[in-house]
Ligand binder design. Structure first.
Ligand SMILES: [Zn+2]
Length: 270
C-alpha cells in the first residue's frame, strides 16, 4: 500500500497565529517542529496500518517547512515551490490512500487560520454551487485518480467540512477553533496519538470513499477585489461573472483544478 500525505501547517495543534506560519515570523521554527511531528505520527500510523511506502508532500507556503532530519526516515519528502500541482503534487493512481495533516477550514468559515490556497486573494471558491476548501479540492483531485480519502487532521470547523463529504473519513480533531487566530489545542503527544490511530485505522478500513468530482465541474472563484479578478481572467477559458468572480467549467476536474491554480497565481501578482 502506498500512502500519500499532504501536510499543511495551519491545522497543526499549537498553531493559530499568522506569525507561526510565516518563514520570518515569531514562533515559525517551533511550528515547523510541531508540523513535522504530526507528519511523523501519520507516517508511523501508515506503516503500522500496512503501508510499504509513504510519500510526504510539504504543502504550506514555500513548501520548505518540514525538518528532514526530524522526519521519520521511512518516508520520502517532496519539498519546494512552486510545484505545478501544489498540495497534491505527484499524487496519482499509483497511490492507495490520501492523508491530510495540519489542514484547515475553507475561506469564509470560522476555522482557525481558515483560507483556500491564499488568504491574500481568495474570498471563496465554490464547486457546483457548494463552497469548497483545500481538503475538498485536493480530495477530489485524488478521487479523479481513484485514490481514496483516508484520514485528516485539523480543527473542528474542518471536521464539519470533511463530515459533509463523508462520515467514513477518519478525523483527528487536534484542536477547536476559537476565532480566526485562536484555538484550543490538544497536548502535542495526544494530538500525535490521535493522528497515528486515525491513519492506522484508515489503512485497514473497507468503508472509505473515493470522493469522485462532479461530472461537470463548475467552479466559481471569488477574489478579494476586482483588480485581482481582472488579472486572473487572463486564464484561458475563464469567464468573468461579476467584478470579483470568475467561472471555469470543464468536464475534466483536473483541468478545473489547474485553472484555479492559474487564476490564484495570476491574482497574486496584483
Ligand atoms: Zn493551507
Amino acid at each position: 500500500m502506498r500512502v500519500y500525505i499532504s501536510a499543511d501547517i495551519e491545522g497543526t495543534a499549537g498553531v493559530s497565529g499568522r506569525s507561526q506560519t510565516a518563514v520570518t515570523g515569531e514562533g515559525y521554527q517551533a511550528a515547523c517542529r510541531l508540523m513535522t511531528e504530526e507528519v511523523n505520527a501519520a507516517v508511523d500510523g501508515a506503516f503500522r496500518g500496512g503501508a510499504h511506502e509513504v510519500v510526504v508532500n510539504d504543502s504550506h507556503g514555500q513548501m520548505l517547512n518540514i525538518i528532514l532530519e526530524l522526519l521519520d526516515p521511512r518516508a520520502d519528502l517532496l519539498h519546494g515551490a512552486p510545484k505545478p500541482w501544489s498540495m497534491v503534487e505527484g499524487l496519482d493512481g499509483s497511490f492507495d490512500l490520501l492523508v491530510c495533516t495540519g489542514y484547515h477550514a475553507r475561506a469564509g468559515s470560522a476555522g482557525t487560520l481558515a483560507h483556500t490556497y491564499s488568504s491574500a486573494v481568495v474570498h471563496e471558491v465554490t464547486l457546483c454551487g457548494a463552497p469548497v476548501g483545500e481538503f475538498a479540492l485536493n480530495a477530489y483531485y485524488a478521487g479523479s485518480y481513484g485514490v481514496r480519502a483516508g484520514a485528516v487532521a485539523g480543527d473542528d470547523e474542518l471536521e464539519r467540512e470533511v463530515r459533509a463529504l463523508s462520515g467514513a473519513i477518519r478525523f483527528a480533531r487536534v484542536k477547536e477553533a476559537r476565532g480566526r487566530f485562536g484555538a484550543l489545542s490538544k497536548g502535542a503527544e495526544r494530538s500525535r496519538a490521535m493522528i497515528r490511530d486515525a491513519v492506522a485505522d484508515a489503512c485497514s478500513a473497507q468503508d472509505l470513499p473515493v470522493l469522485a468530482p462532479p461530472e461537470m465541474p463548475d467552479l466559481v472563484a471569488t477574489f478579494m477585489h476586482p483588480g485581482q479578478a481582472q488579472v486572473a481572467a487572463l486564464c484561458p477559458g475563464s469567464e468573468r461573472v461579476s467584478p470579483v468572480s470568475l467561472r471555469f467549467r470543464h468536464p475534466e476536474f483536473r483541468e478545473v483544478f489547474r485553472a484555479l491554480r492559474a487564476m490564484i497565481t495570476l491574482a497574486s501578482t496584483v
